[in-house]
Every structure is written in structure tokens, then in C-alpha cells.
Design a protein around this ligand. Structure first.
Ligand SMILES: *[C@@H]1O[C@H](CO)[C@@H](O)[C@H](O)[C@H]1NC(C)=O
Ligand SMILES: *[C@@H]1O[C@H](CO)[C@@H](O)[C@H](O)[C@H]1NC(C)=O
Ligand SMILES: *[C@@H]1O[C@H](CO)[C@@H](O)[C@H](O)[C@H]1NC(C)=O
Length: 254
């Protein structure tokens, strides 16, 4: 009798997790997708003319040529964001922000980290993307001599002039004042869109902001790996129906 009850409970558990799983984004939707945000295309596809720093994504991109060009401008049409809010940002620093914009707008590999949000300007965001540690470290290193007035660049600006300016109470200081470590910069600046990884570039376990497209996009396999992780966690995946079938047989035979 005790055996019966255990098996029935297991069967119920599998059924519940499967039904629950069907309501979240399923596995295929985590790969090769674009988020539902302000400028993203509906689906990734080739874009032959992507501009400069965004060109690594040209074989398969969520951004248009227009978005890739705008990503290189100050106070661009994309978000009217002013990188020079505490004097001119050093070009060596700015190129990391341009690359960050290219990754955000163009990457078809961010599916495992897409979350729904209730924001006027977008329906989805990214959360805790595992950025390769070297990409974060060089971003922080190259920005050490530039100035800023805030550690979260998503919120709290003065937008009265049509682009972001420092609010009066926020003083300009070199980056390390607001971002003491590389992790502080990468994790905090966009409200945890990134979570710096302990993994290195080339490991296949972290997202590269910078890559040489000659060998393809290294983030394809990173997304595949994390899509399986996300999937396995919910007792979903291709083996879930098999498991419930096995349990059902056991149930009938007992
Ligand atoms: C991109 O498109 C917007 C809106 O149509 C336009 O205002 C802007 O000038 C375009 N940018 C480029 C570089 O073509
Ligand atoms: C916002 O910026 C405007 C124009 O630059 C300025 O007059 C105003 O005092 C600022 N307000 C705050 C709260 O910083
Ligand atoms: C990160 O890697 C270092 C060196 O390989 C290791 O000592 C540390 O425990 C790792 N940290 C995490 C959070 O995995």
C-alpha cells in the first residue's frame, strides 16, 4: 500500500511540473530569439550592413542597420542617452558602451536571460547575463579615468532637457568612486542585466561582448548550454514525457 501511494505522488509531481512548465517559455524559444523591447526586430536574420562595432553580428542579428549606426552616436535616436554627463567620456571607455549597446540590440543569444517587465518602453529585459570576466575587467579598466555621477544608469537622471543629465545632488567622480570593482560596474550599471561570470572568454560558459566573427558567434553555444540548464531545472525537457510514461506503467503494473 505504501508503495502505491509513493508512485501516485510521483506521478502527480511529474504531471504538475509538466503542466507548470508549459506555461513558461519553452526550450526552442530560448534559442535564436530577439527580446520584445524598444528597437529589436521580431526575429533574428542576416544584416549585411551592420555598422562598425556591431558588424560581428551581421550573419544573424536582432538589430537593423539603422540601430547599429545609432548605437555609435552620442545622444542617439535610440535612447537619447548622454555618455558625456560628467565631461567627455574617454574614447577607450566609450567603445565598451558601444559594444554593450551592440550586444544588447543585436544578439540573438540572450534568450535564457529574457524576463518579462512592466515598463512603458519595453515588455522584456535581460537579467543576470553571465558576461565573461575579461570583458568586464577591460571595460572597467578602460573607464577608470572617465567620470560619472551615478552607479545605476537606468534610473534617477534629470531628463528635462531631452537627454540625461546628472541630478543636482549627484556629484561627478572618476568611475572607481561609483564602481569600486569590475563586478560593481557590470552588475549595477544596468540594474543586473549582467552578472559577471567566473568563466573566461572561450570557455563556452559565458557571454562575450567582443568576438571575432571569423569563427562564428561564440555565444551560440553558450545560449545552448544555459537553455538546457534552465530547462533541466523544471523537470522538463525531452525526457519528461518518457518519465511520466514509465511511472504510469509502474502504476498500472503494481
Ligand atoms: C534611424 O531611423 C530614425 C527613425 O526613422 C531616424 O530618425 C534616424 O535618422 C535614422 N538613423 C540613421 C543613421 O539612418
Ligand atoms: C534638471 O535640469 C534642469 C535643466 O538643466 C535644471 O534647471 C534643473 O534644476 C534640474 N533639476 C534637478 C532636480 O536636478
Ligand atoms: C571562481 O574561480 C576561482 C579560480 O578558479 C575560484 O577560486 C573561485 O572559487 C570561483 N568562484 C566562484 C563563485 O565560482
Amino acid at each position: 500500500m505504501a508503495k502505491w501511494t509513493t508512485i501516485q505522488l510521483l506521478f502527480l509531481l511529474v504531471w504538475v511540473t509538466e503542466v507548470g512548465g508549459a506555461q513558461s517559455r519553452d526550450r526552442t524559444e530560448l534559442l535564436n530569439v530577439c527580446m520584445d523591447a524598444k528597437h529589436h526586430k521580431e526575429k533574428p536574420s542576416a544584416e549585411d550592413k551592420l555598422h562598425e562595432q556591431c558588424s560581428p553580428w551581421k550573419k544573424n542579428a536582432c538589430c537593423t542597420t539603422n540601430t547599429s549606426e545609432e548605437a555609435h552616436k552620442d545622444i542617439s535616436y535610440l535612447y537619447r542617452f548622454n555618455w558625456n554627463h560628467c565631461g567627455q567620456m574617454a574614447p577607450a571607455c566609450k567603445r565598451h558602451f558601444i559594444q554593450d549597446t551592440c550586444l544588447y540590440e543585436c544578439s540573438p543569444n540572450l534568450g535564457p536571460w529574457i524576463q518579462q517587465v512592466d515598463q512603458s518602453w519595453r515588455k522584456e529585459r535581460i537579467l543576470n547575463v553571465p558576461l565573461c570576466k575579461e570583458d568586464c575587467e577591460s571595460w572597467w579598466e578602460d573607464c577608470r579615468s572617465s567620470y560619472t555621477c551615478k552607479s545605476n544608469w537606468h534610473k534617477g537622471w534629470n531628463w528635462t532637457s531631452g537627454y540625461n543629465q546628472c541630478p543636482v545632488k549627484a556629484a561627478c567622480h572618476p568611475f572607481p568612486f561609483y564602481f569600486p570593482t569590475p563586478a560593481d560596474l557590470c552588475n549595477e550599471i544596468w540594474s543586473h542585466s549582467y552578472k559577471v561570470s567566473n568563466y573566461s572568454r572561450g570557455s563556452g560558459r559565458c557571454i562575450q561582448m567582443w568576438f571575432d566573427p571569423a569563427q562564428g558567434n561564440p555565444n551560440d553555444k553558450v545560449a545552448k548550454f544555459y537553455a538546457q540548464v534552465v530547462d533541466g531545472a523544471g523537470l522538463r525537457g525531452p525526457w519528461a514525457p518518457l518519465l511520466s510514461l514509465a511511472l504510469m506503467l509502474l502504476w498500472l503494473l503494481c
